[in-house]
Design a protein around this ligand. Sequence first.
Ligand code: IMP
Length: 452
Amino acid sequence: MSKPILSQSADLKNCTVVLGTQWGDEGKGKIVDLLAANVDIVARYQGGANAGHTIQLPDGRSFVLHLIPSGIFHEHVACVIGNGVVIDPVALIEEIRMVEREGVRVQGRLFISHNAHLIMPYHKMLDQASEQRMMAKDGSAVGTTGRGIGPAYEDKFARKGIRIVDLLDRESLREKLRRNIDEKNELLEKFYGSHEHCDVEKIIAEYESFDRQIDPYITDTALMLNREIAGGKSLLLEGAQAALLDIDFGTYPFVTSSNPTAGGACTGLGIPPMAIGRVLGVAKAYATRVGNGPFPTELTDETGERIRTVGHEYGATTGRPRRCGWFDAVAVRYTNMINGVSSLALTKLDVLSGLTEVKLCTRYERISTGRAIENFTNDLRQLADIRPIYESFEGWPEDALEGATSREELPRAVQRYLDALEREVTCPLEIISIGAGREETLGVPLEPFEIR
Ligand code: IMP
C-alpha cells in the first residue's frame, strides 16, 4: 500500500506564506530571497510574468524575476512554479537563460507543474486590445501589465486553456489550438477591430520548440511538494501581486485575475491548508499602486513625487511610474484579516528619511456624513466617499537609519512611527528593511528559519 502522503503533510505546518498586503511591489523578492537562506523550497502559486520581484545580491548585482521563484540564488533551494501560475514560455525561457548566464544552476532545481496553464500569444493581444478599447471608450481601463494574465485565466476558468501537459499530445494540442485561435481571431477582428491575426501553424511550431526547452523542468509538483512537506522540509510560498489586487478581495474590477491571498497558496500548489503554519505579510513603509483604481492615501503633490524618485517607484515589469501615498493602516488591517497574517516585514523605511513630516492613515471618514470608518471596504462607490484621517509624525534625517543593526538603535522619531504603525495594523513587525541589500535588514532570524 502506498504511504498516506496527504495526512502526514497536514500535520507538519512547515509552510510559510509570504505575500503582499498592499497593491504589490512591497519588496517581496528581497524578503523571500533573504528567508530562502534557511528553507528547502520556494514555490510560486499564482499570477505570472506580470510580477517583477527584485533581488540584490551582496556583490551588488541586481535582478528582476518575473516567473522563477526568488529562492533561485540560493544553491540549496528547490524552486517550484505551481499549477496556479499562468506561464508565458517566452518569458520563462528568457529568464532561465538570464539566471544561467549569471552562473546559477537551474536544471535539477526548478520544477514546473504539468497542470499550469500557458499564456498564448493571443492572450497578450486580447489583454492589450481590451485595455485600448476601454481607454478609448470611457477611460475605464484597468491599467494591466499587458502580459495576457486576464485572458489566460479567463480561458482556464472557461475550460478552454492550454496546459503544459497538453504540449505532450500534439494531435489534441493542434485541435484545441485551432478551436481557440479561430475564436480569438474572430474576437480580435469583429469586436476589437484589430487587423492582427494568429496563425495556428506558426504557434504550434513555436510551442513545440518551447516544449523541448521546458520539458526537463516539468513534473507533478503537487505530489512533489506533499512528499517534501511530509518529509519535514520547510517551504516558503511566494505570493505575487498583493491582497488588494486579489480578484475576490481587492478593489474589483481594478485587480489582477488570480488570488494572491493566502488561500490561493493551497489551490495554486495543491497543498493542504493545515500545512501552513505561518503567514508573513510584506508591506512598504508607505503605499504605492500601479495601474488604475482607488487609492485613498494617494499623494499627488511634491511629497508623492519625492517618494517616487527616492524609492525608484517605477514598475519592475512595465516601467510605469507608480502612484505613491502614505501608509494606509485601514487597508493593511483588512488584508491582515483576510490572510491571517502572523507578522509583517516592513520594507523601504529608508525612503521616508529626510521628510519633515510622515503621516499614517489610521481610519477613514465618510465625506458625505462625516462618520468615522474603521474597516476597509472594497466597494468602489463607498471608497469614492471616504477621506483618510492621518496621525502625523515628526520626520527623521536622511542618514538616520544608516548603520542600524536593530530596531532599538533607530532614532526616537523613527521608533515612534514604527510603534504607531505596529499598533494600527495589529500585528508585530518582525522584519524591517532599510535598504535594498540583504544586510540592510533588521530583525531577520539568524537561526535556521523557525517554523511556528
Ligand atoms: P494584470 O495582472 O496584468 O492583469 O494587471 C491588473 C492590475 O494589477 C493592474 O493594476 C496592474 O498594474 C496590477 N499588477 C499586476 N501585477 C502587478 C505587480 O506585480 N505589482 C504591482 N501591480 C501589479
